[in-house]
Design a protein around this ligand. Structure first.
Ligand code: NAD
Ligand code: DAU
Length: 353
């Protein structure tokens, strides 16, 4: 079996769902269920003995140690994190705690468990750390895409905390020999994405007839990957990645934010037209994010060359599936738009002009 952390969040839950249906190996899913964790996403697994959910904190080393002893996993796949850049600007403390202290606690628990394994299990064990392209900082127009050799230049409390966790993982390999792998992925989108992030926020706001808040000029560039492609990349790296290596994961889909928003509006105009006119009428430019990274782009050639991984979706197919998923799942959206969600939306957007 494997231990997954953060498996009730957006990517972790997609990973657990795909893992159970495609691989079938049991999963212990350790998640604190912060505002971003949602067991409803995993409801199809209720009663399935291959999914053992544990509500708990990765910072709780004793808990992690006892889970490892009890379930004896062959791998840890570490998703748990505070993940939203805007929240890290409003309150960085949780990011330092979970992303840095939490990864440290997990590494130490893993090291203790791994060091006591029999030789055969010790050689097969893996600790896969899921990270982000944001650790590399921001690119200028015309700069080549980030390779794994790009220096770390994080600019937000979120990306700085993820960069710190990447360094810890690297050090645990070099110092203690813990068999680690790290993936640095670009922006994900797809089903079960919490509607505080650009794509689900734009879809859900448009459907509710609310403004579509584009930060600054909307010409910031992100490199978009359908979440199920990220999950397939993680499975592949876990299976065949070289120990101690980092692998960039991306979809070769660089697009300015305003183009993403216009694409969503056009898809909604086509699938669910609004009598009041095109959804584009709702686009509203608002005050920019402080320290906003201008451009990310991932060079994923190492993963393709060494492990033969390629994304299955283009942006056009993935975004259509995503819009259709949100249209088909209004109850999931309504359930996550709780009081706490509304408080965040007013905190983040009320001060923006
Ligand atoms: P998310 O915010 O949707 O989910 C995070 C999950 O971690 C939640 O279920 C939450 O309850 C859980 N969690 C938070 N703190 C915890 C703690 N202390 N102990 C246990 N569980 C805790 O995040 P996501 O978008 O699914 O991202 C998952 C991982 O992938 C993160 O490490 C993130 O940095 C990385 N990543 C995300 C993207 C992206 O575009 N979303 C891209 C590249 C990498
Ligand atoms: O690059 C990978 C990262 O992608 C992950 O590590 C993070 O966990 C994930 O949240 C994401 O970070 P971003 O900051 O790029 O994602 P977000 O969806 O918050 O914003 C995407 C772009 O859209 C960014 O340039 C900011 C802009 N934006 C965002 C929101 C929420 C807007 O213009 N308006 C908005 O309301």
């Amino acid at each position: 079996m494997i231990l997954v952390t953060g498996g009730a969040g957006f990517i972790g839950a997609n990973f657990v769902l795909d893992w159970i249906s495609l691989v079938g190996e049991p999963v212990v899913n350790l998640d604190k269920l912060t505002y971003a964790g949602n067991l409803e996403t995993l409801s199809v697994l209720s009663g399935d003995p291959r999914h053992i959910f544990v509500r708990g904190d990765i910072c709780d080393r004793g808990l992690v140690e006892s889970l490892l002893e009890e379930h004896r996993p062959r791998a840890i796949v570490h998703f748990a994190a505070e993940s939203h850049v805007d929240r890290s600007i409003h309150g960085p403390a949780d990011f330092i705690r979970t992303n840095i202290d939490g990864t440290f606690a997990l590494l130490e628990a893993a090291r203790l468990y791994w060091s006591n394994l029999a030789a055969e299990h010790k050689a097969a064990f893996r600790f896969l750390h899921v990270s982000t392209d944001e650790v590399y900082g921001s690119l200028r127009p015309g700069d080549p895409a980030f390779t794994e050799a790009h220096p770390f230049e994080p600019n937000s409390p979120y990306s700085a905390s993820k960069a710190a966790s990447d360094h810890l993982v690297r050090a645990w390999y070099h110092t203690y020999g813990l068999p680690v792998l790290t993936t640095n992925c670009s922006n994900n989108y797809g089903p079960y994405h919490f509607p505080e992030k650009l794509i689900p926020l734009m879809i859900t706001n448009a459907l509710a007839g609310k403004p579509l808040p584009v930060y600054g000029d909307g010409m910031q560039i992100r490199d978009w990957l359908y979440v199920k492609d990220h999950c397939s990349a993680i499975r592949r790296v876990l299976e065949a990645g070289r120990l101690g290596e980092t692998y960039n994961v991306g979809g070769w889909n660089e697009k300015p934010n305003i183009e993403i928003v216009h694409t969503i509006c056009s898809l909604l105009d086509e699938i669910k037209s609004d009598l009041a006119g095109s959804y584009r009428r709702l686009v509203t430019h608002v005050t920019d994010r402080p320290g906003h990274d201008r451009r990310y782009a991932i060079d994923a050639r190492k993963l393709e060359r060494e492990l033969g991984w390629k994304p299955a979706e283009t942006f056009e197919t993935g975004i259509r599936k995503t819009v259709q998923w949100y249209l088909a799942n209004p109850q999931w959206v309504a359930n996550v738009q709780s009081g706490a969600y509304r408080e965040w939306i007013s905190k983040n957007y009320e001060e923006r002009q």
